[in-house]
Design a protein around this ligand. Structure first.
Ligand SMILES: [Zn+2]
Length: 231
């Protein structure tokens, strides 16, 4: 763990990078309300529509033919109580619910909650409105899941420690995120104006190892990785 020492990036406009660990940080991040509550996240602004988001995680495979949702579900031995932070479009909640788990989601865009609840097969009360870690929840979850969320957050360390706080001892935090590992990355992750950070594996893995008893790395796709961490 260290304090990042940023220098401007010549490769990626609107980013600086840490010359110690290679983590990239956006210098032009949009306001979170604009991003997540004012309709920015819609087909009209060139983003995936809600049905496209469902296709993105269920239909499109990685290099070895596994969809994002199947990779995530297979990486965890989901059981008990599951909290999904940033839960649109609701597919993971649906899979977990059908396996008999108690599931709670968190979503910042209140207008999406009815759609997420329908996809998840839940009542709307199971989807909490707000930003994590501000949203209050129980603290006895078996799993906290954040798929493609941590890179959007301005204070990712606080977010990850907040997720750990909601877990029982022995519970697991699962995160998926764009990661730079040994110089490999996906350039498209730097075009997205909503990404606050593109982490180096060195940095994020050592942070997780400092705060969890076990950390397992998993590769969904080169440049897009997962960590399963045990409290
Ligand atoms: Zn750094």
């Amino acid at each position: 763990m260290h304090t990042h020492v940023y220098v401007p990036s010549r490769r990626f406009e609107d980013y600086e990078y840490c010359r110690i660990c290679g983590t990239y940080h956006s210098t032009a991040l949009m306001d979170k309300r604009e991003l997540y509550e004012d309709g920015y996240w819609s087909a009209e602004t060139g983003h995936s529509s809600f049905p496209e988001q469902i296709d993105n995680i269920t239909k499109f495979p990685n290099e070895v033919g596994v969809s994002k949702i199947d990779y995530a579900i297979n990486s965890m031995q989901l059981g008990g109580k599951v909290l999904e932070i940033g839960c649109a479009p609701g597919v993971l909640l649906n899979r977990a619910r059908r396996k008999g788990m108690t599931v709670i989601g968190i979503e910042p865009d209140v207008t999406l909650i009815p759609y997420i609840a329908r996809v998840a097969g839940l009542c709307e009360d199971s989807i909490l409105h707000g930003y994590f870690p501000d949203v209050k929840t129980d603290t006895d979850f078996d799993y906290a899941v954040a798929m493609d969320v941590v890179e959007h957050v301005e204070r990712p360390e606080e977010f990850i420690l907040g997720a750990k706080d909601r877990l029982k001892i022995g519970g697991h935090f699962f995160m998926m995120s764009p990661i730079i590992d040994k110089g490999f990355y996906r350039a498209r992750d730097f075009w997205a104006k909503e990404h606050a950070y593109i982490f180096s594996r060195t940095y994020i893995e050592s942070f997780l190892q400092d705060h969890f008893t076990e950390v397992h790395f998993g590769r969904w796709m080169t440049g897009h990785e997962c960590f399963l961490c045990k409290k």
